[in-house]
Design a protein around this ligand. Structure first.
Ligand code: ZN
Length: 281
């Protein structure tokens, strides 16, 4: 159904994209096999096909180069950047070799306590195998050509529910921790669950980040607020045709509706303190 609607939107999206090219930031989480269907996991085979498609049909840039192009003004052609959230071990074992094979740069947003191995993403419960990258592995990734390490907080909280001091700690301390372990601070930040308010945006700016990504859907154009960049979620269901639709922006109107509905639900849940914490996405 979604695909049908997106297909109907395709000609309009393609035309709009041609008239006003933007930077589309793709959002991945895990690249792993044998998981069963999980919205946040893409199989190695699917990821390989998606990266092959990008290498052949898109102009893929690092987040830094994409942002530099946006700062320079109107883009001459659509650009694509690849990002990963949460710092999963499979980003090194499964995704990195495929990225390298296709010469595709990527930014990996790590949660520092996940790297310390003192905390793990609650979505995967008691995993039998180690889920997250340790600091040695983050350093290995950081040393690979085209790979940038960004921050995804200290403990992956839902930031708007924290008090000011806690929120500042999550945002600033994770940047400092990455500097301690890698010898350079992270310039890019990723809001857990993608949601933010004016306070979170201000704290990210005060912590010295150059840019930050959300989960609001769509492409980014010159003049965009670089502290709340939009992204496009990728799943294992996205074949070459879906990827072409997503790159053209044909899914954007529908994703904007779903995003607005999800934000309303989050707001409702957080109005009641007894309700459980939501798990991303
Ligand atoms: Zn996350």
């Amino acid at each position: 159904m979604r695909r049908l609607l997106a297909t109907a939107m395709w000609p309009y999206a393609k035309l709009a994209g041609a008239l006003r090219p933007g930077l589309r930031i793709l959002m991945y989480h895990r690249v792993a096999d044998g998981q069963g269907y999980d919205q946040l996991t893409v199989s190695s085979a699917r990821f390989e096909r998606q990266m092959r498609h990008l290498a052949a049909h898109a102009h893929v840039v690092s987040l830094a180069d994409g942002l530099a192009a946006l700062r320079a003004g109107r883009l001459r052609r659509p650009l694509v950047a690849v990002t990963f959230d949460d710092g999963y071990l499979d980003n090194l074992t499964h995704a990195a070799p495929i990225l390298a094979r296709h010469g595709i740069p990527a930014t990996i947003f790590v949660t520092t306590r996940f790297c310390d191995q003192t905390l793990s993403h609650p979505r995967y419960g008691q995993a039998t195998q180690r889920l997250h990258l340790n600091w040695d592995e983050v350093a290995q990734l950081a040393a690979m050509p085209g790979i940038t390490i960004g921050s995804h907080t200290v403990s992956h909280p839902y930031l708007p529910t924290l008090d000011e001091a806690q929120a500042r700690h999550e945002i600033a301390e994770s940047r400092r921790q990455i500097e301690v372990h890698l010898g350079k601070p992270a310039d890019y930040f990723c809001y857990p669950s993608g949601d933010l308010g004016a306070r979170e945006r201000r704290l990210v700016q005060q912590a010295g980040y150059a840019a930050a990504v959300s989960v609001a859907p769509g492409a980014n154009h010159a003049g965009v607020d670089v502290l709340q960049l939009k992204r496009t979620e990728m799943t294992d269901r996205d074949d070459a045709f879906d990827l072409a639709l997503k790159l053209a922006g044909a899914f954007d109107p529908m994703h904007r509706l779903l995003h607005a509905r999800r934000q309303r639900r989050f707001a409702q849940r957080h109005a009641k303190p007894s309700s459980p914490m939501p798990i991303e996405p």
